[in-house]
Design a binder for this molecule. Structure first.
Ligand SMILES: Cc1cc2nc3c(=O)[nH]c(=O)nc-3n(C[C@H](O)[C@H](O)[C@H](O)COP(=O)(O)OP(=O)(O)OC[C@H]3O[C@@H](n4cnc5c(N)ncnc54)[C@H](O)[C@@H]3O)c2cc1C
Length: 319
């Protein structure tokens, strides 16, 4: 039986939330194609990740676990993904459109001689939809090859809920060819706060925050919720915060329960990364700012007055 193969994204032995959104895409696609849903975990000593996935209704969890795959490189992981796809007779191979998916899936497509759709947000059983021009246009993508490779816009799909029953885990052996790249080291930003893509609450600051030191008020509000800090490209380019906090077309895509946009105008490129958030609160002193057009709640005010007041009240309420 052919399959829809979804590749799990994980880091430091923990499954990334976006994988659950990709599984929802996978379930829908498998149903439409009368195919089975398989989930692929690549890495080393990652049987814990495979175990975490057992309750999501897949026909099989495929585990490519080998020392050569311990650290992500596009070359080794895309090879493993392509080999696993052939073994499972995959007709769609997908991964969430995060940093890893964007990096490796084009290589998977080349290895499988497959056509590819990026950032897809819908599939009708034949064609895919994807956003273009920062979400201002929708393209219908008709991939003609027997195997179709996609990156999945995870914010467009709800996180999959566990179902009854357990998937079996099949460990596969991948004999890795001689590679031309090797992993040297991983330099990670270490933060106590969650990543914006994983958090239920994201507090984002823009150019209006006006300096690295001032981001402390954004951080304080984020910490009250146990949430993440985000930033616009203007704030990142100014060097106030690291670029892994950038939200938007060329940053991260988020869809938290609560998104607070403070001191940012709401450019189309920024909106492309956050407009699917469940509740959007905008704080801006310019009532004409475009962010108010998509906000559920708008506060026309100086953020330096509103955010500390908000934080004081919330701290009292939540203690
Ligand atoms: C190809 C491309 C890709 C891009 N990708 C991204 C991306 O991924 N993410 C992204 O964010 N941008 C991206 N951009 C940049 C984008 O076009 C905007 O330049 C950027 O989003 C603007 O950031 P901002 O809203 O912080 O700044 P501004 O547009 O300058 O807005 C600042 C806002 O702060 C308000 N303000 C100022 N002071 C205060 C105060 N004290 N209290 C309350 N409000 C105040 C102002 O009224 C203003 O509305 C991209 C651009 C291009 C061309």
């Amino acid at each position: 039986m052919s399959s829809v193969l979804i590749i799990a994204e994980h880091q430091n032995g923990k499954l990334k939330k976006s994988t659950l959104n990709a599984i929802t895409f996978g379930r829908e696609a498998a149903e439409k194609l009368q195919a089975e849903l398989c989930l692929l975990v690549i890495g080393h000593d990652v049987s814990g990740v495979a175990d975490e996935l057992k309750s999501y209704g897949a026909s099989k969890i495929v585990l490519a676990d080998a020392p050569d795959l311990a650290n992500y490189t596009a070359e080794t992981w895309s090879y493993a993904a392509a080999e696993a796809s052939k073994m499972r007779d995959a007709v769609i191979v997908g991964m969430s459109s995060g940093t890893t998916g964007k990096d490796m899936m084009p290589r998977v497509a080349v290895k499988l001689d497959a056509g590819m759709g990026s950032d897809v947000f819908a599939f009708d059983g034949e064609k895919f939809l994807r956003g273009m021009w920062a979400g201002n246009a929708v393209a219908t993508v008709d991939i003609k090859t027997p195997i179709k490779v996609v990156t999945i816009q995870s914010t467009a799909f709800a996180a999959a809920e566990p179902v009854s029953g357990e998937s079996s885990v099949e460990k596969i052996d991948i004999s890795m060819p001689q590679t031309r790249t090797r992993f040297v080291e991983m330099r990670q930003t270490v933060s106590e706060r969650p990543d914006p893509t994983e958090a239920g609450v994201v507090i984002t600051g823009g150019r209006g925050v006006n300096g690295a030191e001032n981001f402390k008020i954004i951080e304080r509000l984020a910490d009250i919720f146990g949430g993440a800090v985000g930033a616009t490209r203007a704030a990142v380019d100014a060097g106030w915060v690291p670029n892994d906090l950038q939200i938007g077309q060329t940053g991260k895509m988020v869809a938290p329960d609560l998104y607070v946009a403070a001191g940012l105008s709401g450019s189309i490129q920024h909106q492309a990364g956050m407009k699917n958030s469940k509740v959007i609160v905008a704080i801006n002193k310019d009532e004409e700012a475009p962010i108010f057009q998509i906000a559920d709640f708008g506060i026309v005010a100086d953020l330096f007055k509103v955010i500390p007041e908000m934080s004081d009240i919330l701290e009292k309420e939540m203690s």
